[in-house]
Design a binder for this molecule. Structure first.
Ligand code: 8GP
Length: 799
């Protein structure tokens, strides 16, 4: 977008005046950020309107991506880059005496996501906009993010993530588009067998819209986030009891207060269920309203609307759409089912049993009586249709309601036209293990869509040094078409280029080291290897294995004081769910280990370790460009895909990996020599699981190294760990090491040592690094989204 700098200056000063009644030289960087973002939003608003009009006037099919999380990260820099305003705005700010960097830093990261699924949703929204696909997000406007992570005595402490404290300048409240969501009550059938829902509670859902901007001003889509509010109509004002009003308001706001409320109690579970129905119902009602304005036959609905269910959290989209079609559009069951199935598609993001949502039937019956009736009818129809062709066991595995639970994954597969996994291995496991009976019934519905990442954020924006070097080397076409990165393969033996690659990495490492010093007062030697594991804390992701290995190295150095090794800084980042006891113990273990190692002069200059608090997108943007070794060490079969593995690869890190998730596809891209693989493979893990022939105690008893590290969890070797090591010790020996940490320990140790050794030959290392970047093109989320658009959503775009 071309802007007139002088005009922009005036507009910004005016916005500041409007917002704060102050002149620009008296406001803080945080205040400038707010007004600057609003000015930019105003500048793009014309294009945003045009885009909405174009989609409506051309009757274009639209995608609605329903997701509990949209981990969008900070928006200012991305927006400036995509709109082409970066340079001009930097100049304008300079004229006012401000540095863009400072303004960017004052943006609070939106508390709208937590993990891979949420970040994927953000990358997908970005790709839709950049590819000209009318793709909108639909989610929840959380008043607080999941939590802000702090550490106290090494323990994770959860603080409220008050991200909206200074308001979100990108959003627009649309009270006139509010919807009514109904909870509770009873349903009876009238004389014509029409359901009458009575005695329910009404919650208002108010949408807040944010623009999702494509590059080159192409497309601006909408991320619509719903907020639960108490809105009294004029007629209600007289009858209301003001004393009870405040309590009611708080009760209602609870629904959209926080991402993933603790669900270890029934109350918490119920709140999550409320959240899920809340944004699903509001979203679908508003989509239906927009569709009705087109004045088309209702049978056209799936030709104009695609609803994507991001994991099972929004699976209530299915009965909710059926409800609308039956009760409000007065369709027959068959047609309602047909339209719903043709509209819905579903992505599964994990095969962990505990994450495959199941709701106690009585929860649904009480909270959403009409929805529950619909689910019962869907289950009845399914059983009627398939009971004769399935065995009892197959029927048990596939039906929607069983043993007093409603199974959301089964519902999603049965009632959608597409179910996809997020990497080849994951899809394969869905088809052959986790959902094999559903795959038997609906083989054509299952398909793979390997995840991808947005190149705009994960290299262009976060790694400008490497991006410029790539421009210089192969031209700028890769920024439009990431597959062009393959041209870098021609430079893998070019010693000048290899030196440049090293220089770029070193600059990034130095920048990161400066940041760590300034922000956390933590010293990192930029000459050490940066070995990084950043992701949610989960047993299957095995941060524990990483930490046990560091403990082993610590012992080794103490035993062999002259042990020579390439200095390494081990960096961790990630949150543990507040009710996930064991994951929190791993955090405590890492922090304790860090305390002892970092303060022990005997290991100085060889190993250091740091768990960065409150890991988020902004931190990832700083860490990834500086990383040498990317730790992707989940137990084979457990990580659906992973996406940080792709980000690291793109930025030239070498992956230390198990054959799990998309690591396998990364290996296929770079070849065996440019990735370090270790550990059990899928077949071996499945074999242990089905034959129950794994014995962790045997390994422990017969291996001196392993015994030494495992014992150090409980024998006082790490005084800071105190009694907190007992649970981890038990997880290995009493619970027979469910994630095969001990089994994989040695191959991990050896793979890690080999990699560190390889780092000595810098020329070879840089060559591996360039090969990784060169072959990361296929992991662009643009490529992934093109496949979703063609093979699942059947929508058009400019590609
Ligand atoms: C994640 C998977 O763990 C990761 O392998 C995958 O790359 C990513 O989804 C995107 O597909 N899953 C989640 O984030 C997840 O299951 N979150 C639930 C806790 C909400």
């Amino acid at each position: 977008m071309q802007i007139d700098k002088e005009q922009f200056k005036k507009d910004l000063a005016e916005q500041i005046q409007k917002d704060y009644s102050q002149s620009i030289d008296t406001v803080s960087t945080g205040e400038i950020y707010q007004s600057l973002a609003k000015t930019i939003r105003y500048y793009i608003s014309g294009d945003w309107i045009k885009c909405k009009d174009k989609v409506r006037d051309n009757l274009e099919k639209q995608v609605y991506y329903f997701s509990m999380e949209f981990m969008i990260g900070r928006l200012l820099k991305e927006t400036l880059l995509k709109t082409g305003m970066l340079e001009d705005v930097t100049d304008v700010l300079k004229d006012f005496g401000f540095k863009l960097e400072d303004i960017l830093e004052s943006e609070r990261e939106p508390g709208l996501g937590n993990g891979g699924l949420g970040r994927l949703a953000a990358c997908f929204m970005d790709s839709c906009a950049c590819l000209g696909i009318p793709g909108n997000g639909n989610g929840i406007r959380y008043n607080y993010g999941m939590f802000e992570q702090r550490f106290s005595d090494g323990n994770q402490v959860e603080w409220p993530d008050d991200w909206l404290r200074n308001k979100n300048p990108w959003e627009i409240r649309k009270e006139n588009r509010k919807e009514v969501v109904k909870f509770g009550g009873t349903v009876r059938m009238d004389a014509n067998l029409k359901p009458i829902h009575e005695g329910y509670e009404i919650i208002h859902a108010v949408p807040y819209d944010m623009p999702i901007i494509g590059n080159d001003d192409k497309t601006i889509n909408t991320l619509r986030l719903w907020s639960a509010e108490l809105i009294l109509e004029d007629s209600e004002l007289n009858s209301v009891e003001y004393s009870k009003l405040e309590a009611k308001k708080i009760e209602i706001q609870k629904i959209t207060n926080v991402l993933y409320p603790d669900d270890s109690t029934d109350e918490g579970k119920l709140l999550r269920l409320k959240q899920e129905y809340f944004f699903v119902s509001a979203g679908l009602q508003s989509i239906m309203k927009d569709f009705k304005k087109l004045k088309l036959s209702i049978s056209e609905f799936p030709n104009k609307v695609a609803v994507h269910i991001n994991d099972t959290h929004p699976a209530l989209c299915i009965p909710e759409l059926i409800r609308i079609l039956l009760d409000e559009e007065h369709l027959e069951w068959e047609e309602a089912i047909e339209i719903t199935r043709a509209t819905m598609s579903y992505t599964n993001h994990t095969i962990m049993q505990e994450a495959l949502e199941k709701w106690p039937a009585h929860f649904l019956k009480n909270l959403l009586p009409r929805i529950y009736m619909i689910l019962e009818e869907l289950d009845r129809r399914f059983n009627d249709k398939y009971s004769s062709s399935l065995t009892e066991e197959q029927l048990r595995n596939t039906s929607i309601i069983r043993d007093g639970y409603v199974r959301m994954a089964n519902l999603s597969v049965i009632m959608s036209h597409s179910t996809n996994g997020v990497a080849k291995l994951h899809t394969d496991l869905l088809k052959t293990e986790v959902m094999k009976d559903l795959n038997f019934l609906f083989p054509d519905r299952f398909n793979n869509k390997t995840n991808g990442i947005s190149y705009r954020r994960w290299i262009e924006s976060c790694n400008p040094t490497l991006s410029s070097l790539i421009d210089e080397t192969i031209g700028k076409e890769w920024r439009k078409n990431p597959l062009e990165l393959a041209k870098l393969n021609d430079y893998k033996d070019d010693s000048t280029m290899l030196d440049k690659i090293e220089r770029v990495k070193n600059i990034n490492k130095e920048n990161f080291s400066d940041y760590m010093k300034q922000r956390y007062d933590f010293d990192i030697d930029p000459k050490s290897i940066y070995d990084v594991q950043i992701k949610r804390f989960h047993e299957y992701k095995r941060q524990f294995l990483n930490a046990l290995h560091i403990l082993y190295l610590y012992h080794k150095i103490l035993r062999e004081p002259d042990y020579k090794m390439q200095p390494v800084t081990f960096i961790f980042g990630g949150k543990a769910a507040s009710s996930y006891y064991r994951a929190k113990k791993v955090i405590k273990f890492i922090n304790s280990l860090a305390y002892h190692i970092n303060t022990d002069p005997r290991v100085k200059g060889r190993i250091k370790i740091y768990l960065i608090p409150n890991y988020n997108v902004s931190l990832a943007e700083r860490i990834i460009p500086a990383t040498n070794i990317s730790e992707q060490i989940s137990t084979a079969t457990k990580e659906a895909s992973g996406t940080s593995n792709m980000k690291f690869m793109l930025n030239g890190a070498i992956t230390l990996a198990t054959l799990d998730g998309a690591n396998i596809e990364i290996k296929d891209q770079v070849g065996d020599d440019n990735i370090m693989i270790f550990g059990l493979n899928k077949e071996e893990v499945l074999d242990y699981q089905s034959n129950h022939n794994y014995n962790a105690s045997d390994i422990y008893q017969n291996d001196q190294d392993i015994k030494m590290v495992v014992d150090s969890l409980v024998n006082g070797f790490l005084p800071k760990l105190g009694y907190d090591g007992i649970d981890l010790y038990d997880s290995l020996l009493k619970e027979n090491d469910r994630y095969y940490v001990l089994k994989d320990f040695h191959s991990y140790k050896e793979a890690s040592a080999k990699l560190r050794c390889m780092y000595k030959d810098r020329k070879k290392w840089n060559k591996m690094s360039i090969i990784n970047t060169a072959n990361a093109g296929i992991f662009s989320s643009d490529e992934t989204i093109k496949r979703y658009a063609k093979e699942i959503w059947n929508v058009n775009g400019d590609f």
